[in-house]
Ligand binder design. Sequence first.
Ligand SMILES: [Ca+2]
Length: 270
Amino acid sequence: MSRSFRTFIFGLLALLAAASIFCCLSPRESRVPSNLDVIPVYTYNIINTYPHDRNAFTQGLVFEDGVLYEGTGGLGHSTLRRVELVTGNILQIRELSAQFFGEGITIYGDKIIQLTWKSNVGFVYDKDSFELLQEFSYPSEGWGVTHDGERLIMSDGTSTLRFLDPQAFQEIGQLEVFDNDGPVTRLNELEYIKGEIYANIWQMDRVARIAPETGRVTGWIELGGLLTTEDCLEPVDVLNGIAYDSGTDRLFVTGKLWPKLFEIEVISQG
Ligand SMILES: [Ca+2]
């Protein structure tokens, strides 16, 4: 073996050794997640189960003063209703004109606000009488709506939440929602709970907990398995509907055409 060839071989081996040390260290270091990157996953305990109207294509759900308020969708089937929790009985109902597909609802003061899907129109009702007081417009689709006490918060099926002035209904800000994989799209029914925004993800049995200041998802609540096989013998659609009773700290969830509405307790997974 010539000296120059031996030098070449030693050099090559040295290079390979250095490269292997580098390869062992770098990726392993980069794969170690910091605790800040881990998004907690939650599951649930069922505290109570209540009847829910199988014909209600639930698009909005709110709890206030001991009763549920529900907005339903579907062209020709959209309604606003007040519902007794324990029985599921409809206490009061207002039907929307057939051209409107009802979406999310929220209660702000003595008014109920209801979005529509693709009509770019929102309705404002008197909370007690359901009398239509006002209409307003917005440029996006309408999906879910809630409020933080000062601003309406609405979703449109994308990863963007919009803040609206609750009196003038003008947009006053936006929030991009994201997790470790990037934007979180299909944000649907909303509920503002103790400083966080809870959002159904459309077509998934999961709810995102969102920090209103940053848009970061701070937790995932996995809600699969709420319905039994028997519950699904007749057609049911997806999980949709989050309501919170701030008076007694109760959380309610249901879905479109679901026969049941659940009071749940959110617990850490595992
Ligand atoms: Ca809600």
